[in-house]
Design a protein around this ligand. Structure first.
Ligand SMILES: Cc1cc2nc3c(=O)[nH]c(=O)nc-3n(C[C@H](O)[C@H](O)[C@H](O)COP(=O)(O)OP(=O)(O)OC[C@H]3O[C@@H](n4cnc5c(N)ncnc54)[C@H](O)[C@@H]3O)c2cc1C
Length: 460
């Protein structure tokens, strides 16, 4: 697997010696492919249910190499582009069930961290959603109406003054507080889970990319460069890298999102922005800005434009994008003019998996032995915990209701083959960015269903 540079702040805070690669042909009950949150939580759920199970996890690079070691660390309920778009997309009952399952995951992650002594700076401050223009305000109102319709009690409307009272940015025109959100250090969580899984006797091999997958008489054989695992059942948890697996390649498209991180703020700088609640914050653009404080009082500032590279590839050089870093610095300074002198110490990016319908996809491939879960559209920190529950239930043929969630074994829409796939995804991305700009200049009402997106869903 390719390397990814050293700019990722989270990985610096959670140094770890990778386990040796797989160098033999071994057997297992279950083989999990991919050492991000989906693979880690699936392994955790499986071993918790059946401690005697022989479970092997193979990771192509090292644990937390992918999005799970690079993200903003928001464990939140968001699925799809917004709550009201989700309701429109899947219907009220399905949206409510999925929202509740992921909200429970936000809490469950905190509980596991407490019980298993994983110190990942889990801070349950809720999510502050802010509108920086009237169209975004309408989106907040629609989310609040959707929450009301679903009978969800965990959303609260805020006026512009109230939002600015919580966090001192002159750009806030309205807001909404959602209770179920925690911010955490994702690399510490992933590597803490690695330690816990080792204690549960999960065999973890790093530097062991799956290079082949074939059904054999004893199950499924997963090949790696120096060995293989033959297992009764296999779970594919490679998210954006699913684009490289023939069986999953058309379910998702890799989209890059980027982050910049400030130097630690001084006490005076902290006073100038308020933010005592240490909420995660997002605005209501299509391509959101997401931002939060770290444990050492830096501001992590991410989002703005996502990028889909023409080859739909995942490459180390895509981890940096100077044009996006410059845009991020600009919007940071507009949001917090009082911090215009603050310097930035880290800049990085990573691939997320985008699906046609903007919701994840989980299921079982023909043959019943290979299960998959991917496509969180950049919101997988808490949903991947729900994903671990879904995937473990698929493996164990257990019914806890997770198999009924709307993104499990559902009617999935496939991306066409490249280059049509890139062209379609790129046209969608551009339409969404154009709408973001039009909303800023008051020329678009912010309806979250631009015609091109509707067309893509139909074509998909
Ligand atoms: C910059 C950024 C910011 C984000 N911010 C947030 C946020 O604040 N909140 C939120 O909810 N979500 C966020 N996300 C999305 C979130 O990180 C992901 O949805 C989530 O981590 C997905 O977890 P995963 O385990 O499915 O995938 P990944 O973490 O990507 O893990 C996949 C793993 O599979 C491995 N792999 C790939 N191919 C193979 C192979 N052939 N064999 C073996 N292993 C293989 C990879 O090395 C990788 O470790 C962000 C993502 C990025 C990139």
């Amino acid at each position: 697997m390719e390397g990814y540079g050293s700019a990722i702040y989270w990985l610096e805070t959670a140094p770890e010696v990778p386990n040796p690669p797989l160098t033999a042909d071994i057997k297992a009950d279950v083989c999990v492919v991919g050492g991000g949150f989906t693979g880690l939580w699936t392994s955790y759920e499986l071993k918790s249910a059946d401690p005697a199970m022989k479970l092997v996890l193979i990771e192509g690079d090292e644990i937390a190499h992918g999005a799970s070691g690079r993200n903003g660390g928001f464990a939140m309920t968001l699925l799809d582009m917004s709550l009201h778009h989700f309701v429109k997309n899947v219907g009220a009952d399905a949206a409510k069930a999925a929202h509740k399952a992921v909200a429970e995951s936000v809490e469950a992650i905190g509980r596991v961290c407490d019980e298993r002594e994983i110190d990942c700076d889990y801070t349950h401050g809720g999510l502050l959603v802010v509108a920086t223009n009237p169209a975004q305000q309408v989106r907040i109102e629609k989310d609040l109406e959707a929450a009301e319709e679903l009978g969800l009690r965990d959303f609260k409307a805020l006026t512009g003054d109230e939002a600015q009272g919580l966090v001192h940015s002159p750009t806030y025109q309205a807001g909404m507080l959602e209770e179920h959100c925690a911010v955490l250090n994702p690399a510490k969580l992933a590597r803490g889970l690695k330690r816990v899984l080792a204690e549960m006797a999960v065999e973890i091999y790093e530097g062991s990319p799956a290079t082949g997958l074939e059904e054999v008489s004893q199950g499924v054989k997963v090949s790696t460069p120096l060995g293989s695992v033959t297992a009764d059942q296999t779970v594919l948890a490679t998210n954006a890298w699913a684009s490289r697996l023939p069986a999953l390649s058309r379910k998702i498209v890799p989209l890059y999102t980027y982050i910049i991180l400030t130097e630690p703020l001084s006490d005076e700088q902290m006073d100038s922005i308020g933010w005592a609640g240490r909420h995660g914050i997002e605005d209501k653009r299509n391509y959101v800005h997401y931002y939060r404080l770290t444990a050492d009082n830096r501001i992590l500032w991410g989002g703005s434009d996502g990028v889909i590279y023409r080859d739909l590839g995942i490459k180390p050089r895509y981890d940096r994008n100077d044009a996006i870093f410059a845009k991020l610095e600009k919007t940071f300074k507009t949001t917090f003019p009082q911090l215009s002198e603050v310097g930035f110490s880290h800049r990085w990016g990573g691939p997320v998996a985008m699906t046609v319908r903007f919701i994840p996809v989980f299921g079982t491939l023909d043959g019943d032995r290979v299960h998959y879960g991917c496509g969180y559209n950049g919101h997988g920190v808490a949903p991947s915990h729900t994903g671990g529950r879904i995937l473990s239930d698929l493996v164990l043929e257990r019914d806890r209701g997770y198999g009924d969630l709307c993104f499990v074994n559902s009617k999935e829409l496939a991306f066409p083959k490249n280059p049509v796939s890139w062209i379609g995804a790129e046209l969608t991305r551009k339409a969404l960015l154009k709408q973001d700009r039009a909303m800023d200049s008051g020329k678009d009402a912010g309806d979250m269903d631009p015609p091109l997106l509707r067309l893509m869903s139909k074509l998909g």
